[in-house]
Design a protein around this ligand. Structure first.
Ligand code: SF4
Length: 323
């Protein structure tokens, strides 16, 4: 680990600064389940266990599981025929499932049940001859998997502007679905525009943006006016972590995404007395603890908890790993 050069921020040289630890933060139920699946598969089935894509979008988690013996691959042809392969929390398309069958792979599915729910909604609406508009980010693993359920039958949009360009065969048989980790407010704007252009558009039967995404965003909005800076601990490729930064900025707070404490720039702290800290749904708490320790050394020694919403969601493990 790099040795830290400690510079106490000018603003907190005389009086201790405050760290506001937001709750909920960090791991959601889908991420806990996915990580447990890899650990249990290694324990119960033995090595080698292959994992397609990052099990969750966090390098620290991936490296830790790799140290325990998991082999991370990008595509299924990297796994020998007949081997054990785990699908990541973001879900996969039917084409990937088919390839797994052809290669006689023993699949353990760590797709988050809330992602599966969106897949099932999409399949149902396509069967009922609806046109589907999916609100999401093009290159995200979750969106790639969801779009794969009905290639050519789903139109992906990302912004209010995209709504203007939409052409649909029958505006009376139209539904929108969303990625699970979007900004609640940005999505509401896109949905409002969709309803303006297509008044008969149907909504998903239950909110697609998941509870964990919503709760972490609500916590950020609640404290945004009480802090000088928000640090979001999370990976660059973590959708929900990026959204937390955007939500904070929309609420008027200065906010930065950091993978770990090494990325905190000393100049960000200038003039800051109260710093909020949160973490994306795939960020382990140890990375938050390191950020707190780093800032304590810089004079932010007063710690407050801001538990805005309590969470007690858990998802069952796949049957083959339960016994
Ligand atoms: S962020 Fe939401 S959808 Fe994604 S794994 Fe967590 S609970 Fe599931």
């Amino acid at each position: 680990m790099l040795e830290e050069k400690v510079e106490t921020s000018q603003s907190v040289a005389e009086k201790p600064g405050t760290l506001l630890l937001l709750g909920p933060r960090g791991f959601c139920a889908g991420v806990v389940r996915a990580i447990d699946i890899v650990r249990l598969a290694l324990e119960k089935l033995g090595r080698p266990v292959y994992v397609r894509k990052e099990i969750v979008h966090n390098r620290y988690v991936v490296d830790e599981l790799a140290e325990q013996g998991a082999i991370f691959i990008e595509e299924l042809d990297e796994a020998p025929e007949g081997s054990v392969v785990i699908f990541s929390a973001h879900g996969v398309s039917p084409a990937v499932r088919q390839l797994a069958r052809e290669r006689k792979l023993r699949v353990i599915d760590a797709t988050c049940p809330l992602v599966t729910k969106v897949h099932l909604e999409l399949i149902r609406y396509v069967r009922e001859n609806y046109s589907v508009v999916l609100i999401g980010h093009r290159d995200h693993d979750e969106v790639i998997g969801t779009l794969g359920e009905a290639p050519g039958r789903v139109q992906l949009i990302t912004s209010v502007e995209d709504v203007e360009n939409l052409q649909v065969p029958d505006p009376e048989r139209l539904v929108y679905l969303t990625q699970t980790t979007l900004s609640v407010d940005d999505t509401a704007e896109i949905v409002a525009k969709l309803k303006e252009r297509f008044p008969a558009i149907s909504a998903p039967p239950a909110e697609d943006i998941c509870y964990a995404t919503q709760n972490r965003q609500t916590a950020v909005k609640t404290v945004a006016s009480q802090i000088d800076l928000l640090l979001v601990v999370g990976a660059r490729n973590s959708s929900n972590s990026n959204r937390l930064v955007e939500v904070a900025k929309h609420a008027g707070a200065r906010a930065y995404l950091v993978n770990n404490f090494h990325e905190i720039q000393p100049q960000w702290l200038s003039g800051c007395r109260r710093i909020g800290i949160t973490a994306g749904a795939s960020t382990p708490e140890v990375l938050v603890e390191e950020v707190v320790a780093h800032l304590k050394k810089r004079g932010y020694t007063h710690i407050e908890d801001a538990n805005i919403i309590q969470e007690d969601v858990r998802f069952a493990l796949p049957t083959e790993l339960r016994a």
